[in-house]
Design a protein around this ligand. Sequence first.
Ligand SMILES: C[S@@+](CC[C@H](N)C(=O)[O-])C[C@H]1O[C@@H](n2cnc3c(N)ncnc32)[C@H](O)[C@@H]1O
Length: 435
Amino acid sequence: MTGPGPARIEALNVLTLIRGGEPVGEALAQRTRLGQLSPADRSLMTQIVYGVLRNQRYLDAWLAPFLRGELEPVVRDILRMALFQMGFLDRVPAYAIVDAAVEQTKSVSPRATGMVNAILRRAPTKKPQNLPLAVEFSHPDWLVHRWQNRFGTEKTRRILMVNNEVPPLSLRVNVLKTSREAVLEELHQEGVRAELSRYVPEAIRVSGSFWLEDLPAFQSGLITVQDESSMLVTWVLDPQADERIVDLTAGLGGKTGHILERTQGQAKVTAVDLSRTRLKLLQENLTRLGFSHHVTVMEMDARYFAANNIHVFDRVLLDAPCSNLGVLRRRSDARWKKQENDLQEHQNLQQELLTAAITLAKPGGVVVYSTCSVEPEETIMVLDQVLATHPGVHHENVREYLPDPIFEEFVVDGNLILLPGDLGMDGFFIARLRT
Ligand SMILES: C[S@@+](CC[C@H](N)C(=O)[O-])C[C@H]1O[C@@H](n2cnc3c(N)ncnc32)[C@H](O)[C@@H]1O
């Protein structure tokens, strides 16, 4: 017996932190720092943690027939980790997985060792069959029913599969300072597998893992991690030099940076957000991109900001806070944190923020509304309600602003609606209004 190994020890520590309420990204970062893992162990730990979170309901269905009574949470996590490795990874033989799990149980709950051993020896030949979609793909019932009613079973299955895959990584290249080809060459020289995006002219798609911060192109602000569907938001906004532009819920500044890149720092950009922590990261990101002096940062509620800046801006971006249901592949723990009635709360805030966005735009100005959710409550219902109460505002078609004809297929009633995985991208909704 060789013990569970550092990757599994730290994976269990991370899962314990997540059970205590820590977000997955922070829990992983914390244990990566403290655990002093080799790159291979770090990668295995990450794979196990995300694998368990993405497949939790399925793993519990696999476990259920073997259980009598309650399980200690830490023992359940050990069993889930072992079943995930048996069911989804083929690197380690089953007997070695059982030995490692037994050793790990000995150190955290010695009484449960015999049970863990017995379950894991029988489990490999007893995988559950003919499960409902929500269990097979580990999603909440309400969400799967909602998608089945809206999209049908086949499309729903595709979305569920996408949500359980390791998400691809895209990089946005500042094409005014370098070329995509030069960055691609640099990535290849570093041994990173990457290719030019077929649909977004400033994007590179990366597969395989690498250490982003080590890349000279990252250090010198030539690249930013951003999904291609997020890049489309700035395309639809179509910012121009010398204009006054506000990014109303700017967050970490993903889109603020893109607006500044597209206008070569020539637009007068204001970034607003409620969150001090996010705005601090926004400032760090913009400093790396070389734009820290090109932006006015306002820490405040966008509704309050609007009340004091009526008709001031040529363009307003509202990348609204939402349920994130279009990007579950990137937020493996989020699917269990949402309830269907949260959508109504999001909708109320989104309507207020969109009303604020319209107030901020000059007559004839542009307002772009986007969400990383495609649920009707957070998208067309918000638009319909706000347009009904603002008869002077026109709904424009996003089609002519998109960078490739392929996107026409995904324009519905003038709005871009990408479901998770469409063209390999995150789920996203983008609408454009003219005041
Ligand atoms: C979808 S995120 C924005 C992401 C950002 N556009 C990016 O690309 O990095 C939504 C942001 O809205 C902010 N927010 C939520 N309610 C707000 C409010 N009432 N006023 C201003 N910002 C708000 C949140 O703090 C969060 O950063």
